[in-house]
Design a binder for this molecule. Structure first.
Ligand code: SUG
Length: 445
Protein backbone atom coordinates (compact mmCIF):
# COMPACT_ATOMS: atom_id res chain seq x y z
CA UNK A 1 0.00 0.00 0.00
CA UNK A 2 1.25 3.46 -0.95
CA UNK A 3 2.53 5.69 1.88
CA UNK A 4 3.15 9.42 1.99
CA UNK A 5 4.60 12.05 4.25
CA UNK A 6 2.31 14.21 6.37
CA UNK A 7 3.83 17.37 7.83
CA UNK A 8 2.32 18.41 11.17
CA UNK A 9 3.26 22.02 11.81
CA UNK A 10 3.20 23.58 15.26
CA UNK A 11 0.66 26.38 15.54
CA UNK A 12 2.54 29.26 17.16
CA UNK A 13 1.18 29.93 20.65
CA UNK A 14 -0.27 33.21 21.97
CA UNK A 15 2.74 33.86 24.26
CA UNK A 16 5.34 33.78 21.46
CA UNK A 17 8.21 35.96 22.68
CA UNK A 18 11.97 36.44 22.61
CA UNK A 19 13.59 35.51 25.90
CA UNK A 20 17.08 34.44 24.83
CA UNK A 21 16.60 31.01 26.37
CA UNK A 22 18.64 28.84 24.01
CA UNK A 23 22.38 29.07 24.61
CA UNK A 24 24.04 27.79 21.44
CA UNK A 25 21.22 29.07 19.21
CA UNK A 26 22.56 32.30 17.73
CA UNK A 27 19.21 33.88 16.73
CA UNK A 28 17.65 33.23 20.15
CA UNK A 29 20.55 35.01 21.86
CA UNK A 30 20.60 37.92 19.40
CA UNK A 31 16.92 38.80 19.70
CA UNK A 32 16.57 38.57 23.46
CA UNK A 33 14.07 41.08 24.87
CA UNK A 34 12.87 42.30 21.47
CA UNK A 35 9.11 42.67 21.37
CA UNK A 36 7.35 39.91 19.47
CA UNK A 37 4.14 39.77 17.49
CA UNK A 38 2.33 36.48 18.29
CA UNK A 39 -0.50 37.19 15.86
CA UNK A 40 1.86 37.72 12.96
CA UNK A 41 3.92 34.67 13.99
CA UNK A 42 0.87 32.40 14.07
CA UNK A 43 -0.39 33.72 10.74
CA UNK A 44 3.01 33.31 9.05
CA UNK A 45 3.04 29.66 10.12
CA UNK A 46 -0.57 29.08 9.15
CA UNK A 47 0.01 30.52 5.68
CA UNK A 48 2.87 28.07 5.12
CA UNK A 49 0.61 25.18 6.15
CA UNK A 50 -2.16 26.36 3.83
CA UNK A 51 0.24 26.84 0.92
CA UNK A 52 1.65 23.32 1.26
CA UNK A 53 -1.82 21.87 1.54
CA UNK A 54 -2.84 23.81 -1.59
CA UNK A 55 0.18 22.27 -3.37
CA UNK A 56 -1.50 18.89 -2.84
CA UNK A 57 0.53 17.79 0.16
CA UNK A 58 -0.97 16.31 3.27
CA UNK A 59 -0.60 18.87 6.03
CA UNK A 60 -1.50 18.57 9.71
CA UNK A 61 -1.50 20.90 12.70
CA UNK A 62 -0.24 20.43 16.27
CA UNK A 63 -1.67 22.77 18.92
CA UNK A 64 0.35 25.11 21.17
CA UNK A 65 0.84 24.16 24.83
CA UNK A 66 -0.52 25.94 27.88
CA UNK A 67 1.77 28.85 28.69
CA UNK A 68 2.51 30.26 31.18
CA UNK A 69 2.84 26.74 32.54
CA UNK A 70 1.30 27.16 35.98
CA UNK A 71 1.72 23.43 36.60
CA UNK A 72 5.52 23.77 36.38
CA UNK A 73 5.54 26.82 38.67
CA UNK A 74 3.59 24.82 41.27
CA UNK A 75 6.15 21.98 41.02
CA UNK A 76 8.79 24.61 41.75
CA UNK A 77 7.10 25.65 45.00
CA UNK A 78 4.78 28.52 44.06
CA UNK A 79 1.30 28.18 45.51
CA UNK A 80 -2.01 29.95 45.94
CA UNK A 81 -4.48 30.76 43.18
CA UNK A 82 -3.25 30.53 39.58
CA UNK A 83 -3.08 34.33 39.37
CA UNK A 84 -1.10 34.51 42.65
CA UNK A 85 1.34 31.91 41.30
CA UNK A 86 1.89 34.04 38.19
CA UNK A 87 2.28 37.28 40.11
CA UNK A 88 4.77 35.80 42.58
CA UNK A 89 6.84 33.94 39.98
CA UNK A 90 7.04 36.85 37.53
CA UNK A 91 8.20 39.22 40.31
CA UNK A 92 10.50 36.88 42.24
CA UNK A 93 12.05 34.74 39.50
CA UNK A 94 11.53 36.56 36.17
CA UNK A 95 14.12 34.36 34.42
CA UNK A 96 12.19 31.20 35.34
CA UNK A 97 8.88 32.85 34.58
CA UNK A 98 9.94 33.77 31.04
CA UNK A 99 11.03 30.15 30.50
CA UNK A 100 7.58 28.81 31.45
CA UNK A 101 6.00 31.35 29.08
CA UNK A 102 7.96 30.25 26.00
CA UNK A 103 5.92 29.17 22.98
CA UNK A 104 8.81 26.88 21.99
CA UNK A 105 6.60 23.83 21.35
CA UNK A 106 5.86 25.50 17.97
CA UNK A 107 9.12 23.87 16.70
CA UNK A 108 7.53 20.48 16.34
CA UNK A 109 10.61 18.97 14.68
CA UNK A 110 11.61 18.63 18.34
CA UNK A 111 8.30 17.14 19.46
CA UNK A 112 9.24 13.48 19.03
CA UNK A 113 10.99 10.88 16.90
CA UNK A 114 8.71 8.79 14.73
CA UNK A 115 9.45 5.58 12.84
CA UNK A 116 7.04 4.48 10.12
CA UNK A 117 5.60 0.96 10.11
CA UNK A 118 7.76 -0.21 7.22
CA UNK A 119 10.90 0.33 9.35
CA UNK A 120 9.70 -1.47 12.47
CA UNK A 121 9.66 -5.18 13.35
CA UNK A 122 6.02 -5.11 14.49
CA UNK A 123 4.83 -3.03 11.50
CA UNK A 124 3.51 -0.28 13.73
CA UNK A 125 4.23 3.43 13.71
CA UNK A 126 6.31 4.23 16.82
CA UNK A 127 6.47 7.61 18.58
CA UNK A 128 8.88 8.73 21.33
CA UNK A 129 8.35 12.28 22.61
CA UNK A 130 11.65 14.15 22.99
CA UNK A 131 12.70 14.93 26.58
CA UNK A 132 14.48 18.13 25.43
CA UNK A 133 16.58 17.89 28.60
CA UNK A 134 19.20 20.39 27.55
CA UNK A 135 16.98 23.46 27.86
CA UNK A 136 14.72 23.95 30.87
CA UNK A 137 12.04 25.82 28.90
CA UNK A 138 11.82 22.90 26.45
CA UNK A 139 12.13 20.09 29.01
CA UNK A 140 8.58 20.91 30.17
CA UNK A 141 7.07 20.12 26.77
CA UNK A 142 7.05 16.33 26.59
CA UNK A 143 4.02 15.59 28.81
CA UNK A 144 1.62 17.70 26.75
CA UNK A 145 3.29 16.54 23.53
CA UNK A 146 2.66 12.96 24.56
CA UNK A 147 -1.03 13.60 25.32
CA UNK A 148 -1.47 15.45 22.00
CA UNK A 149 0.18 12.69 19.94
CA UNK A 150 -1.89 10.02 21.69
CA UNK A 151 -5.02 11.99 20.97
CA UNK A 152 -4.23 12.45 17.26
CA UNK A 153 -2.78 8.97 16.61
CA UNK A 154 -5.17 7.03 18.81
CA UNK A 155 -5.72 3.63 17.20
CA UNK A 156 -3.56 1.08 18.98
CA UNK A 157 -3.56 -1.37 16.09
CA UNK A 158 -1.57 1.20 14.06
CA UNK A 159 0.26 3.43 16.56
CA UNK A 160 2.54 2.76 19.55
CA UNK A 161 3.44 5.57 21.93
CA UNK A 162 6.47 5.37 24.21
CA UNK A 163 7.53 7.41 27.22
CA UNK A 164 10.16 10.11 26.80
CA UNK A 165 13.70 9.01 27.75
CA UNK A 166 14.88 9.84 31.30
CA UNK A 167 15.62 13.53 31.92
CA UNK A 168 19.23 14.65 32.34
CA UNK A 169 21.98 15.42 29.85
CA UNK A 170 23.11 11.79 29.49
CA UNK A 171 19.96 10.98 27.54
CA UNK A 172 19.32 14.40 25.98
CA UNK A 173 16.95 13.79 23.08
CA UNK A 174 15.81 16.50 20.63
CA UNK A 175 13.55 14.33 18.49
CA UNK A 176 13.20 14.48 14.73
CA UNK A 177 15.48 17.54 14.38
CA UNK A 178 18.34 15.04 14.63
CA UNK A 179 16.71 12.24 12.68
CA UNK A 180 16.35 11.92 8.91
CA UNK A 181 14.88 9.07 6.93
CA UNK A 182 15.89 8.06 3.41
CA UNK A 183 13.97 5.61 1.23
CA UNK A 184 13.19 5.05 -2.40
CA UNK A 185 9.41 5.13 -1.93
CA UNK A 186 7.85 6.13 1.39
CA UNK A 187 6.37 2.65 1.88
CA UNK A 188 9.78 0.96 1.51
CA UNK A 189 11.97 -0.02 4.43
CA UNK A 190 14.13 3.08 4.93
CA UNK A 191 17.43 4.14 6.45
CA UNK A 192 16.92 6.15 9.63
CA UNK A 193 19.88 8.44 10.24
CA UNK A 194 20.25 9.34 13.92
CA UNK A 195 22.63 12.29 14.31
CA UNK A 196 24.05 12.95 17.78
CA UNK A 197 26.35 15.62 19.19
CA UNK A 198 28.40 13.65 21.72
CA UNK A 199 28.88 10.38 23.57
CA UNK A 200 27.59 11.04 27.09
CA UNK A 201 29.37 8.08 28.70
CA UNK A 202 32.74 8.41 26.98
CA UNK A 203 34.58 11.69 27.49
CA UNK A 204 37.52 10.55 25.34
CA UNK A 205 35.43 10.98 22.18
CA UNK A 206 35.15 14.38 20.40
CA UNK A 207 32.57 16.85 21.66
CA UNK A 208 31.85 20.58 21.17
CA UNK A 209 33.82 22.94 23.42
CA UNK A 210 31.76 26.12 23.32
CA UNK A 211 28.09 25.24 22.96
CA UNK A 212 26.24 22.20 24.31
CA UNK A 213 25.60 19.01 22.37
CA UNK A 214 21.88 18.64 22.91
CA UNK A 215 21.54 15.08 21.56
CA UNK A 216 23.61 12.17 22.87
CA UNK A 217 24.55 8.93 21.15
CA UNK A 218 23.06 6.98 24.03
CA UNK A 219 19.69 8.70 23.57
CA UNK A 220 19.64 8.06 19.83
CA UNK A 221 20.56 4.40 20.33
CA UNK A 222 17.78 3.94 22.89
CA UNK A 223 15.14 5.47 20.62
CA UNK A 224 16.20 3.11 17.82
CA UNK A 225 15.90 0.13 20.21
CA UNK A 226 12.57 1.27 21.64
CA UNK A 227 11.15 1.63 18.11
CA UNK A 228 12.12 -1.99 17.32
CA UNK A 229 13.80 -0.95 14.09
CA UNK A 230 14.43 -3.68 11.55
CA UNK A 231 17.98 -4.70 10.67
CA UNK A 232 19.94 -2.16 8.63
CA UNK A 233 17.44 0.62 9.34
CA UNK A 234 19.31 2.70 11.96
CA UNK A 235 22.60 4.42 11.17
CA UNK A 236 24.26 6.53 13.89
CA UNK A 237 26.27 9.51 12.76
CA UNK A 238 28.14 12.01 14.89
CA UNK A 239 27.57 15.68 14.14
CA UNK A 240 30.76 17.68 13.61
CA UNK A 241 31.51 19.27 17.04
CA UNK A 242 32.97 22.34 15.31
CA UNK A 243 29.68 23.19 13.59
CA UNK A 244 27.82 22.90 16.90
CA UNK A 245 30.29 25.48 18.21
CA UNK A 246 29.43 27.67 15.18
CA UNK A 247 25.72 27.71 16.13
CA UNK A 248 24.42 24.54 14.46
CA UNK A 249 22.52 23.37 17.55
CA UNK A 250 20.49 20.72 15.70
CA UNK A 251 21.43 18.63 12.67
CA UNK A 252 18.46 20.08 10.77
CA UNK A 253 20.33 23.39 10.63
CA UNK A 254 23.00 21.78 8.37
CA UNK A 255 21.32 18.81 6.67
CA UNK A 256 17.93 17.78 5.31
CA UNK A 257 16.83 14.54 3.68
CA UNK A 258 13.76 13.31 1.86
CA UNK A 259 13.22 10.00 0.10
CA UNK A 260 16.35 9.40 -2.04
CA UNK A 261 18.01 12.78 -1.47
CA UNK A 262 20.36 13.86 1.31
CA UNK A 263 21.19 17.57 1.07
CA UNK A 264 23.98 18.56 3.48
CA UNK A 265 26.99 20.76 4.10
CA UNK A 266 30.46 19.24 3.76
CA UNK A 267 31.18 20.10 7.42
CA UNK A 268 27.94 18.64 8.79
CA UNK A 269 29.33 15.33 10.04
CA UNK A 270 32.35 14.18 11.97
CA UNK A 271 34.17 11.63 9.79
CA UNK A 272 31.86 12.41 6.90
CA UNK A 273 33.31 9.80 4.52
CA UNK A 274 32.59 6.94 6.89
CA UNK A 275 29.13 8.30 7.71
CA UNK A 276 28.16 8.57 4.04
CA UNK A 277 29.46 5.06 3.34
CA UNK A 278 27.35 3.62 6.14
CA UNK A 279 24.27 5.40 4.84
CA UNK A 280 24.97 4.22 1.28
CA UNK A 281 25.45 0.62 2.45
CA UNK A 282 22.18 0.55 4.38
CA UNK A 283 20.14 2.12 1.59
CA UNK A 284 18.39 -0.39 -0.64
CA UNK A 285 18.00 0.98 -4.15
CA UNK A 286 20.25 2.54 -6.77
CA UNK A 287 18.67 6.00 -6.88
CA UNK A 288 20.41 7.68 -3.94
CA UNK A 289 21.52 11.32 -4.36
CA UNK A 290 24.00 12.96 -2.00
CA UNK A 291 24.01 16.71 -2.59
CA UNK A 292 26.98 18.09 -0.69
CA UNK A 293 27.45 21.84 -0.39
CA UNK A 294 31.07 22.93 -0.07
CA UNK A 295 32.22 25.52 2.43
CA UNK A 296 33.62 27.67 -0.40
CA UNK A 297 30.15 27.78 -1.92
CA UNK A 298 28.24 28.46 1.31
CA UNK A 299 30.26 28.99 4.51
CA UNK A 300 28.82 27.54 7.73
CA UNK A 301 28.09 31.08 9.06
CA UNK A 302 25.84 31.69 6.05
CA UNK A 303 24.02 28.41 6.72
CA UNK A 304 23.32 29.57 10.27
CA UNK A 305 22.28 33.05 9.11
CA UNK A 306 20.05 31.95 6.23
CA UNK A 307 18.87 28.54 7.49
CA UNK A 308 19.45 27.08 4.01
CA UNK A 309 19.37 23.53 5.37
CA UNK A 310 16.41 24.15 7.62
CA UNK A 311 14.37 24.03 4.48
CA UNK A 312 11.71 21.41 3.91
CA UNK A 313 12.54 19.07 1.09
CA UNK A 314 9.21 17.91 -0.27
CA UNK A 315 8.17 15.46 -2.97
CA UNK A 316 5.55 16.80 -5.36
CA UNK A 317 5.47 13.54 -7.28
CA UNK A 318 7.79 10.59 -7.88
CA UNK A 319 10.41 12.64 -9.72
CA UNK A 320 10.03 16.18 -8.49
CA UNK A 321 11.05 17.80 -5.22
CA UNK A 322 10.68 21.36 -4.06
CA UNK A 323 12.86 23.04 -1.44
CA UNK A 324 10.80 25.19 0.94
CA UNK A 325 13.13 27.89 2.26
CA UNK A 326 12.88 30.86 4.61
CA UNK A 327 13.10 34.31 2.90
CA UNK A 328 16.44 34.84 4.62
CA UNK A 329 17.95 32.55 1.92
CA UNK A 330 17.18 35.21 -0.72
CA UNK A 331 18.98 37.80 1.38
CA UNK A 332 22.24 35.87 1.78
CA UNK A 333 24.34 36.23 -1.38
CA UNK A 334 26.19 32.90 -1.24
CA UNK A 335 22.94 31.01 -0.64
CA UNK A 336 21.03 32.86 -3.34
CA UNK A 337 23.76 32.02 -5.86
CA UNK A 338 23.92 28.41 -4.72
CA UNK A 339 20.15 27.90 -4.99
CA UNK A 340 20.14 29.26 -8.54
CA UNK A 341 22.72 26.57 -9.43
CA UNK A 342 21.03 23.80 -7.44
CA UNK A 343 17.82 23.77 -9.47
CA UNK A 344 19.84 23.49 -12.70
CA UNK A 345 21.85 20.47 -11.48
CA UNK A 346 21.00 16.87 -12.25
CA UNK A 347 19.03 15.96 -9.12
CA UNK A 348 15.34 15.73 -8.08
CA UNK A 349 15.19 19.27 -6.59
CA UNK A 350 13.57 21.32 -9.34
CA UNK A 351 12.33 24.43 -7.60
CA UNK A 352 12.59 26.60 -4.52
CA UNK A 353 9.65 28.18 -2.74
CA UNK A 354 10.31 30.71 -0.05
CA UNK A 355 8.22 31.76 2.98
CA UNK A 356 8.33 34.68 5.36
CA UNK A 357 8.68 33.09 8.79
CA UNK A 358 10.62 35.92 10.40
CA UNK A 359 8.83 35.81 13.75
CA UNK A 360 9.94 32.21 14.24
CA UNK A 361 13.33 32.69 12.58
CA UNK A 362 14.24 35.32 15.19
CA UNK A 363 14.20 32.50 17.72
CA UNK A 364 16.17 30.16 15.46
CA UNK A 365 13.20 28.29 14.01
CA UNK A 366 12.92 27.89 10.22
CA UNK A 367 10.48 25.97 7.98
CA UNK A 368 11.83 22.54 8.96
CA UNK A 369 11.83 23.34 12.70
CA UNK A 370 8.15 24.11 12.48
CA UNK A 371 7.17 20.72 11.12
CA UNK A 372 6.93 17.19 12.46
CA UNK A 373 6.77 14.74 9.61
CA UNK A 374 5.04 11.42 9.83
CA UNK A 375 5.09 8.83 7.06
CA UNK A 376 1.70 7.11 6.95
CA UNK A 377 -0.09 4.59 4.77
CA UNK A 378 -3.59 5.46 3.55
CA UNK A 379 -5.16 3.32 6.33
CA UNK A 380 -2.98 4.91 9.00
CA UNK A 381 -3.88 8.33 7.63
CA UNK A 382 -7.62 7.60 7.93
CA UNK A 383 -6.99 6.39 11.48
CA UNK A 384 -5.50 9.82 12.29
CA UNK A 385 -7.67 12.60 13.79
CA UNK A 386 -8.95 14.26 10.60
CA UNK A 387 -9.81 17.48 12.43
CA UNK A 388 -6.08 18.19 12.61
CA UNK A 389 -5.63 17.97 8.83
CA UNK A 390 -5.42 21.25 6.90
CA UNK A 391 -8.18 22.20 4.47
CA UNK A 392 -10.09 25.41 3.74
CA UNK A 393 -12.40 24.92 6.71
CA UNK A 394 -9.63 24.34 9.22
CA UNK A 395 -7.64 27.22 7.77
CA UNK A 396 -10.58 29.62 8.17
CA UNK A 397 -11.37 28.39 11.69
CA UNK A 398 -7.77 28.78 12.83
CA UNK A 399 -7.35 32.15 11.13
CA UNK A 400 -10.48 33.45 12.90
CA UNK A 401 -9.35 31.91 16.17
CA UNK A 402 -5.96 33.66 15.93
CA UNK A 403 -7.65 36.95 14.97
CA UNK A 404 -9.91 36.70 18.01
CA UNK A 405 -7.41 35.62 20.67
CA UNK A 406 -3.89 36.79 19.76
CA UNK A 407 -2.14 40.02 20.63
CA UNK A 408 -0.04 41.81 18.03
CA UNK A 409 2.61 42.79 20.53
CA UNK A 410 4.07 40.88 23.44
CA UNK A 411 6.64 42.15 25.93
CA UNK A 412 7.69 40.75 29.28
CA UNK A 413 5.31 43.18 31.01
CA UNK A 414 2.42 41.78 28.96
CA UNK A 415 3.37 38.24 30.00
CA UNK A 416 3.36 39.30 33.67
CA UNK A 417 -0.30 40.32 33.54
CA UNK A 418 -2.08 37.67 35.69
CA UNK A 419 -5.20 38.00 33.54
CA UNK A 420 -3.24 36.34 30.74
CA UNK A 421 -3.98 32.91 32.20
CA UNK A 422 -7.76 33.32 31.75
CA UNK A 423 -7.29 34.77 28.27
CA UNK A 424 -5.09 31.90 27.10
CA UNK A 425 -7.05 29.06 28.69
CA UNK A 426 -10.22 30.34 27.04
CA UNK A 427 -8.47 30.33 23.68
CA UNK A 428 -6.95 26.85 24.12
CA UNK A 429 -10.24 25.39 25.30
CA UNK A 430 -11.84 26.63 22.08
CA UNK A 431 -8.95 25.21 20.05
CA UNK A 432 -9.34 21.71 21.51
CA UNK A 433 -12.94 21.83 20.33
CA UNK A 434 -12.02 23.03 16.81
CA UNK A 435 -9.45 20.23 16.52
CA UNK A 436 -11.42 17.59 18.49
CA UNK A 437 -8.46 16.88 20.74
CA UNK A 438 -10.24 16.09 24.01
CA UNK A 439 -8.54 17.16 27.25
CA UNK A 440 -4.84 17.59 26.55
CA UNK A 441 -3.94 20.56 28.77
CA UNK A 442 -3.21 20.54 32.53
CA UNK A 443 -6.06 23.03 33.15
CA UNK A 444 -8.52 20.62 31.50
CA UNK A 445 -7.74 17.74 33.88
O1 SUG B 1 15.17 24.86 20.86
N1 SUG B 1 14.47 28.21 20.14
C1 SUG B 1 14.39 26.82 19.76
C2 SUG B 1 14.50 26.67 18.26
C3 SUG B 1 14.25 25.24 17.83
C4 SUG B 1 14.58 25.02 16.40
N2 SUG B 1 14.31 23.68 16.07
C5 SUG B 1 14.99 22.94 15.18
N3 SUG B 1 16.18 23.29 14.71
N4 SUG B 1 14.47 21.83 14.80
C6 SUG B 1 15.47 25.99 20.43
O2 SUG B 1 16.60 26.47 20.54
C7 SUG B 1 14.31 30.09 21.68
C8 SUG B 1 13.31 30.62 22.66
C9 SUG B 1 13.68 31.96 23.21
O3 SUG B 1 14.88 32.29 23.25
O4 SUG B 1 12.78 32.71 23.65
C10 SUG B 1 14.13 28.61 21.35
O5 SUG B 1 13.69 27.85 22.20
Amino acid sequence: MKSFEVNFDGLVGPTHNYSGLSYGNVASLENVKNDSNPKEAAKQGLLKMKALSDMGLKQGVLPPHERPCVETLRTLGFNGSDKKVIMKASEQVPEIYSAVCSASCMWTANAATVSPASDTKDNKVHFTPANLSNKFHRSIEYKTTSRVLKSIFKKENFFTHHDALPQGNHFGDEGAANHTRLCSQYEDKGVEIFVFGKYAFDGSKPYPKKFPARQTFEASRSVAMIHKLRDDVPVFVQQNPDVIDSGVFHNDVICVGNRNVLFFHENAFYDSENALNEIRNSYSGDDLHFIEVKNVEVPVEDCVKSYLFNSQLISLDDNEMVLVTPTECEETDSVKEYLAKLVEMDNPIQSVKSFDLRQSMRNGGGPACLRFRVVLSQDEFWATNQKTIMNNNLYNSLDNWIEKHYRDRMSFDDLKDPEIVTEIRGALDELTQIMCLGSVYPFQK
